[in-house]
Design a protein around this ligand. Structure first.
Ligand code: 13P
Ligand code: SF4
Length: 413
């Protein structure tokens, strides 16, 4: 077993960064300063603003059946007062209790669509809960069952780095309008930076619409933090690799010359998702060799050669629809997180549905929403206590809301 320090600092080969042996009880690693076992374990850890407090023994010692019963009873008693929102990557034990399950765009819409609810329990990751808090009413609470459920990609950009990037760009390219476009997978203060600077948030479902509109306002865009979604979206618009450059926040001018920046239409932050960068063209070739006629669909967080080699790409909702619209007997190979792929395979047993990655990498932080945390937060609400509330300070929320409302207005494509 590697030590925690080993896990934090490890920069092992990509193949070695996935460990499917996630702890059955995520509170075992809750106090560790690392993302813990799973797809993200090779990522550099960003300290949590508020680490998760230990769970009471009533929850850690309960059996799966007891937790199920606690959640069902609390949910029943809370009724319409509480809505449980769940991302597609959540485990089945959580999804079965969700009032709504969807991609990050749809979940953001849901946070606005239920003014009758007193609280949303967000079964997803931190940036999604922050977004729900910003978009929901001032008197509505948003709860993240496990505060350690972050996103390693979102942690690859912080506000100080983004501000330093724009200071340097304005110095290198004086007088030029440069629009920041941030992926939903980013902290609320980065979304607020976008709101203050004529920028916008996008999700993987509407990135193309958002980028097109951004280019109506400026010649140049900084896309953060996911280099792959940025590159894939820009390439689909006809922007060439030569018209893009990468920004490394740890180097002056992001590791570029002033001339490279002047040539770039899209400046890509160098972030990535540890789950999606595992997918390869070789996996696709293998799937095609084994299953002639297979339809390959991947998430646009995958590297560009993988998206190019696939038959289609899109958000988790797009992937769900590809499967829904397929016919009995079809074979579909999917490049996204394993919980979602397995669920689709179960829902459509008359089709052959499998994950492209034989190591079947889970998102280790999504996995931290264990039923014990859901039971604890729901029972607390029932007792009148709001545990694990995600409350974005209003000054930040006001600016972030501007960028998020622009996102909601940009239709998925
Ligand atoms: P979606 O917006 O497609 O749900 O993706 C969110 C995400 O984090 C994928 O890794
Ligand atoms: Fe973040 Fe990747 Fe997990 Fe999505 S799958 S929440 S991008 S770490």
């Amino acid at each position: 077993m590697p030590s925690v320090a080993d896990l934090i600092t490890r920069k092992a080969a990509q193949e070695a960064t996935c460990d499917t042996e996630l702890p059955a009880e995520p509170w075992q690693t809750a106090q560790n300063a690392s993302y813990g076992p799973g797809a993200s374990r090779g990522d550099t850890f960003a300290p949590l603003p508020t680490p998760q407090a230990p769970l009471p023994a009533r929850y850690t010692q309960a059996s799966p059946e007891e937790l199920d019963a606690m959640i069902a009873a609390a949910k029943e008693q809370l009724g319409d007062r509480v809505k449980i929102l769940g991302h597609f990557y959540q485990r089945d034990e959580i999804v079965k209790f969700a009032d709504f399950i969807g991609d990050s765009f749809n979940l953001a819409q849901q946070a606005k669509a239920h003014p009758e609810a007193e609280a949303f329990v967000f079964c997803g990751v931190h940036f999604m809960a922050e977004t729900a808090d910003i978009l929901s009413g001032a008197d509505q609470a948003v709860v993240l069952p496990n505060l350690n459920a972050g996103c390693s990609m979102a942690d690859m950009a912080n506000l100080a780095q983004v501000e330093a990037c724009f200071d340097q760009l304005h110095e290198a390219l004086p007088g030029e309008a440069i629009v920041p476009v941030t992926y939903m997978n980013s902290a609320a203060d980065i979304k607020a930076f976008c709101g203050r600077n004529d920028g916008v948030v996008c999700t993987s479902s509407n990135a193309a619409t958002v980028l097109k509109e951004a280019f109506e306002r400026a010649e140049r865009v900084v896309f953060l933090p996911d280099q792959h979604l940025g590159r894939n979206t820009a390439r689909a618009m006809g922007i060439t690799d030569e018209q893009m450059c990468m920004w490394n926040p740890n180097e002056p001018l992001g590791g570029n010359t002033a001339q490279q920046l002047a040539q770039a239409k899209v400046i890509l932050w160098n972030g990535f998702c540890s789950v999606h960068r595992r997918f390869t063209v070789e996996q696709i070739e293998k799937a095609r060799a084994e299953y002639p006629g297979v339809h390959v669909v991947v998430h646009p967080e995958c590297p560009a050669p993988v998206v190019d080699a696939a038959d289609s790409s899109g958000s988790t909702e797009v992937i769900r629809r590809v499967v829904e619209n397929s016919a009995p007997g079809d074979v579909i190979a999917i490049g996204t997180e394993i919980n979602m792929v397995n669920r689709l395979a179960q829902q459509y047993p008359d089709r052959t549905i499998f994950c492209l990655d034989p190591v079947v990498c889970p998102c280790s932080t999504m996995y931290r929403i264990h039923p014990a945390y859901l039971a604890w937060t729901l029972e607390s609400l029932l007792e009148g206590r709001v545990e694990n509330q995600i409350a974005v300070p209003e000054a930040t929320a006001a600016d972030a809301r501007v960028a998020l409302e622009r996102m909601l207005a940009a239709k998925p494509c």
